[in-house]
Each structure stands twice: as C-alpha cells, then as structure tokens.
Design a protein around this ligand. Sequence first.
Ligand SMILES: *[C@@H]1O[C@H](CO)[C@@H](O)[C@H](O)[C@H]1NC(C)=O
Ligand SMILES: *[C@@H]1O[C@H](CO)[C@@H](O)[C@H](O)[C@H]1NC(C)=O
Ligand SMILES: *[C@@H]1O[C@H](CO)[C@@H](O)[C@H](O)[C@H]1NC(C)=O
Ligand SMILES: *[C@@H]1O[C@H](CO)[C@@H](O)[C@H](O)[C@H]1NC(C)=O
Ligand SMILES: *[C@@H]1O[C@H](CO)[C@@H](O)[C@H](O)[C@H]1NC(C)=O
Ligand SMILES: *[C@@H]1O[C@H](CO)[C@@H](O)[C@H](O)[C@H]1NC(C)=O
Length: 552
Amino acid sequence: MKRVMLLVLSCLWIESLLTVVRGEDPYLYFTWNVTYGTISPLGIPQQGIFINGQFPGPNINSTSNNNLVINVFNNLDEPFLFTWNGIQHRKNSWQDGVAGTNCPIPPGTNFTYRIQVKDQIGSYFYYPSTAMHRAAGGFGGLRVNSRLLIPVPYPDPEDEYTVLIGDWYTKSHTILRKLLDSGRSLGRPEGVLINGKTAKGDGKDEPLFTMKPAKTYKYRICNVGLKNSLNYRIQGHSMKLVEMEGSHVVQNMYDSLDVHVGECFSVLVTADKEPKDYYMVASTRFTKTVLIGKGIIRYTNGKGPASPDIPPAPVGWAWSLNQFHTFRWNLTASAARPNPQGSYKYGQINITRTIKLVNSVSKSNGKLRYALNGVSHVDPETPLKLAEYFGISDKVFKYDTIPDNPSPNIGNAVTVQPNVLNITHRNFIEIIFENPEKTIQSYHLDGYSFFVLGIEPGTWTPEKRKSYNLLDAVSRHTVHVFPKCWAAIMLTFDNAGMWNLRSDIAESRYLGQQLYISVLSPEHSLRDEYNMPDSNLLCGLVKNLPKPAPYS
Ligand SMILES: *[C@@H]1O[C@H](CO)[C@@H](O)[C@H](O)[C@H]1NC(C)=O
Ligand SMILES: *[C@@H]1O[C@H](CO)[C@@H](O)[C@H](O)[C@H]1NC(C)=O
Ligand SMILES: *[C@@H]1O[C@H](CO)[C@@H](O)[C@H](O)[C@H]1NC(C)=O
Ligand SMILES: *[C@@H]1O[C@H](CO)[C@@H](O)[C@H](O)[C@H]1NC(C)=O
Ligand SMILES: *[C@@H]1O[C@H](CO)[C@@H](O)[C@H](O)[C@H]1NC(C)=O
Ligand SMILES: *[C@@H]1O[C@H](CO)[C@@H](O)[C@H](O)[C@H]1NC(C)=O
C-alpha cells in the first residue's frame, strides 16, 4: 500500500517537474530590420530585400520547443509578411504569416512574431509570403536542433551548413508582380543561386564553406526558388541523406538529389578526398535550357582550385520518381520526443474523408489564372482567420465551395473567389493531388506534416490505394507531383487553426492555386487553440470591431 502510494507520488512529482521544465523552454530574441538594398548576384544590379543588411537573411539556430520572438521592422514601402515554412505553430495559426491568417505589417511599422518550435526537429526556412517579395530575397534558413537528451541517429557532425538553392530572376519583384497582375506569366528565370550568389569560376571566388580533412559535415539544403526543381550535387563527394523536412530517414547514399521547390534535405558529407576546392552545383531540372548555380567548398589543407568539370545532372522524370521511391522513414529513430518516429501507425487508421485536388490553368477575362478543383483563390482584404474569429466569415467567404471529388473536366471553368475547406478537428484525411498539366507541381501545407503515401503516373482511383506505402512513408510538409501523375498524402487534422495549402510554384500560387483549411476547435477550447494575441494587427472588416470573448 505504502509503496503504491509512493509510486503515485513520485509519478506526480515527475509530472510536475516536466511541467516546470516545459514552462522554462528558452526564449530566443531577434530584431529584424527589413530594408531594400542593391544586389548583383548575376552581375546585374537589382533591388533586393535585406534583413539587418543581409541577403539572404540570417539563419535562425534553435532547439526543439524554443520560443522564438522575432520583432520585424518593415522598412520597405509596401506591406510585408514573413512565413515560416514547415514550422507547425501548434494551436497557433496566428503566427503563420500568410494573407489568410495575418494582416500585413504596414510600411514603417513593426510586428512581433512569437513562435514555439514545439516538438519539431529539422531543417526549414522562412520567406516573405506576399507580393512576390520572395523574388527579391528576405529568405533564410531555420534550424531546429534536437534537445541534448534525445538521441540523434548519427554522430555529431564537425559543423553544420545551410545551403539555400533557388532559381533567380534579374527582374525586380515589382516588375514580376506587374506581369502576373496583368495576366501574364513570369517566364524563365535567368540563373540559379546558392546562398545568394553563384561562383564565377575565375579563380577569385571565395569559398562558401570549408571542411577539415577527414571530418564529416551536415549540409541543410532547401530549395527557396520560385519555380524550378533543382538537382544538387558536390563534385567528387557522395551525400548520406539523414533528415527530410523534420523526419529522420533511412540513411542512403546519393550522388545527387532532386530538390523540388519548398523541399528541404539534410545530408552528411565527409571530407575524405584529395585536399583542394570542389564545386557544389544546383542545376535546373526538366528545362530546355539548363541553368547552373555553383559554390565552392574548400578543404582547410587544400591545394588548388576546383576542377571545371561539373558532374552531369540526371535526365528525365523517371530518375526523379525512382529517387523519391528510395526515401523511407527510419521507424526506430527518435523524433523530437524520446519515442521512435514509427510508433504512430498511420497505415492502420480509417480514413474519414478523401479530398481530390486537381490543378488547372486557364484564362479568366483574358488573364492567366491557376485553380484547384475549378476555384482560383483570391485573398480578401480581411484575413480569413480573423473573419472567422470575429464571427463575420459570411461577409468574407463561403466554406467548402469546391467538390471533394471533382469531375474530370473540372478545369474548363474557373471561379475566382476565396477557397476555404472546412475540416473537422482530429479527422484522419486522405488528400490526392492530381496533376493533369505538363509541368511539375509542389504543394505545401502549413501547420502539419503528412505522410506521402505514393506518387505515380496516371490518374488516381481508389484501386491505387493498394500501392500506397502504409509502413514507412516519410512524414514531411511538402510533396511534389510530376506531370500527368498523382500523389497521395494522409494526416490527422489535430492542429486547430486556419492553414494554407499552396502550390509552392510562385506564379501558380500568386494567381490562385492555393486554398485554406479551417480546423475549428468544437468547444472553442484553449486546450485546442490559443486566443488571438492582443498585439495582433487588425485590418479590413474587423479593424474596428470589438474583440470576441476569449476562449477558455
Ligand atoms: C533599418 O535600416 C534603415 C536603413 O539602413 C535605417 O534607416 C533604420 O534606422 C533601421 N531601423 C532600425 C529599427 O534599426
Ligand atoms: C546552434 O545551436 C546549438 C545548440 O545550442 C549550438 O551547439 C551550435 O553551436 C549553434 N550553431 C551555431 C552555428 O550557432
Ligand atoms: C515594436 O518594437 C518595440 C521595440 O522597439 C516593441 O516594444 C513593440 O512591442 C513592438 N511592437 C510590436 C507590435 O511588435
Ligand atoms: C535508424 O535509427 C536507428 C536509431 O538511431 C539507427 O540505429 C539506425 O542505424 C537507423 N537506420 C537506418 C537504416 O538509417
Ligand atoms: C476501420 O474500419 C473497419 C471496417 O469498416 C473496421 O472493422 C475497424 O474496426 C475500423 N478500425 C478502427 C480503428 O476504427
Ligand atoms: C464544418 O464542419 C462541421 C463538422 O462537419 C460542421 O458541424 C459545421 O457546421 C461546418 N461548418 C461550416 C461553416 O460549414
């Protein structure tokens, strides 16, 4: 009896200790000054967006559960928002920084994001989410390290490097935006950058990174570009893939990796080759003209320049699809919490709803529009989340205007309006992305990670579920869909909020290929969702409305 009592007591004690520890999750403070400046990454001066004078912006180095307090001063002449790609903002879509959740920060003012990187590890990035600002910069890396207590399935690397690769236009973001606003396409980019530059190969390039001989380094690679899939490789070195968008994966070796827009990978590279310089290369995939971005890695004991022979990129779609099939979750590795990743058996949960999303491109009044199931999204002036919270959603948008199972010719007509799905809290949902177009798609969902069950050629039918990976699919936040292919994902919608599901192809997204998913806490409970922060900006129809009663 006494022993049982003691056991209960000690459990309670451990519980309260854990609560205290949780209450003390460290805070990291940042003050960011967002300004214009001149950059010439491709030799032509153009307007760039700086953060504290840096292009790309500073890297955020955080650890699971840290609280990030980022005070952003908008010194541009346009409203501005940052979004945090892949950060889940548990119960807190107030911090997501997209047009459907937040009023933009007016020029000449500041706004503070309060973000907890709760129960996450991995390589992420942030970027400006509106007005094509991303085409001018304002992006940077965001790391979430494992807490010391939690085993990581590989030895500590000597150092870690962030590698932001992306296609690049020499036109300013205002010109690109005007093209889209007038119903035209962005056209082709002019180059590819690695961390905001590309090596000229004239012998004067400064190295991006250095490696000590025989040591192993972690490279965190994200495609922050606007449209092109990129193949990433390092001369003479193979890469061991260890993490993908927050999940530890089965550690295969790769000579090169296809990184589609919005995706992130972490790889280990050992400096075990002849000591000299080597190029890292990012080159466009699936394009007639191949654009190449280069950066130099230098051995600290290096003698001599990098060889001008760039390793060739793979050719065609099939290679990329085959590579996707090699990506597997490591079921026995710990995640952000000290339990194996695979303990959540997603393959055994019954699906409550299947939503098929078919993308299309068409002209509406002679202007280019991109759509999902026939609806091309526009952002109303009043953010959707605020309209919902203040109880005036009926004045701003309608829920569930698109069918879950569109007819095959859905692409013929297009309606331009806000596109908002109503998904029941905690439902387990299957989403199929079907891409009938000739170009690749890349979709990102805010607030969640999801299991990518399969990507296959053709159109989807329920029969295709037989080919799903129901055992060790990688849990991630972005999925690409090859031309004339489908992709299937599954997830539990257990994070209340208003969440953006978007094409990461900038032009498609800007012209409507995105939607929002409203997940409401049925009891309006603080257990499920935080109240709107007092400091939240208000705009549009809610600007002068009294604040609703807080959740309790
Ligand atoms: C931001 O940078 C601009 C331009 O350099 C400068 O004028 C301004 O004072 C800075 N603001 C803050 C808050 O540091
Ligand atoms: C990032 O944070 C980790 C954990 O606090 C620390 O060990 C590491 O040195 C930091 N890295 C950089 C580049 O600041
Ligand atoms: C603006 O910055 C000041 C500090 O310079 C801070 O006290 C204030 O809270 C910030 N305002 C917002 C809305 O974040
Ligand atoms: C998966 O993680 C475990 C636990 O850290 C590790 O021992 C194992 O080598 C990893 N497996 C693969 C295939 O990467
Ligand atoms: C899933 O559905 C099957 C068939 O309808 C049913 O037998 C099973 O009990 C359900 N499983 C759960 C976990 O609800
Ligand atoms: C959203 O879905 C829930 C659950 O199916 C339903 O109760 C609610 O009425 C729906 N809300 C709207 C606005 O359609």
